[in-house]
Ligand binder design. Structure first.
Ligand code: MTE
Ligand code: MO
Length: 175
């Protein structure tokens, strides 16, 4: 009887100690297992097109160095400006047609379905003095951590609207 009690107490103690390990907290730069992105679906005016990393490589490439407030380091990314991506599908804007982009936003989504918005004006380099990039390379080498495609932006004080494992970009025009 006594031993059984002791055993029960030991079991209870073990269970209590085990609980904090169940919902393991991730340290700042570790991420819960997400599906790595290998392609990007671009949707404009309801029409979707799938793009591979190889497709993205054929578009004009832009290299930017951004400060990552989380890693406290400057990181050099290469990739495609969203405006060049939209241009591939005929969505180009000039002084005459710029109202459409000013009335639009980009919905930028990762494989984990987390998403952020950028306003149309923020992705037009002729208008906005900061860079947003659909990155496919870091320091000239293909991305390996957090998918093959990632969205980074130069004007974020911390990488809050960077999107790891970028998998979908949708242009939505607000009527
Ligand atoms: N796909 C995806 N990207 C994301 C997030 C997310 O939950 N999912 N969180 C964002 C937030 S809130 C921050 S602060 C940064 C953190 O990135 P880091 O942990 O790589 O520094 O990623 C951003 N990008
Ligand atoms: Mo964040």
């Amino acid at each position: 009887m006594r031993t059984n009690r002791k055993r029960l107490l030991l079991l209870q103690l073990a269970a209590a100690l085990a609980i904090p390990c169940v919902g393991q907290t991730l340290s700042e730069h570790e991420h819960a297992k997400a599906v790595p992105s290998t392609g990007l679906t671009v949707t404009i005016d309801g029409h979707s097109a799938p793009l591979t990393v190889a497709d993205l490589q054929t578009l004009p490439q832009k290299t930017i160095t951004v400060h990552n407030e989380h890693t406290k380091a400057d990181e050099t990314y290469t990739g495609v400006a969203p405006s060049d991506l939209l241009a591939k599908y005929g969505a180009t804007f000039d002084r005459a047609s710029e109202k459409k982009i000013f009335h639009s936003y980009l919905r930028v989504e990762g494989t984990d379905h987390d998403y952020v918005l950028y306003s149309g004006g923020e992705i037009e380099s002729a208008i906005y003095d900061a860079d947003v990039i659909v990155a496919i390379a870091l320091k000239g080498k293909p991305l390996t951590v957090d998918g093959q495609i990632k969205l980074v932006a130069s004007a974020e004080k911390r990488p809050a609207r960077w999107v790891r494992n970028l998998s979908a970009i949708t242009l939505v025009t607000v009527p």
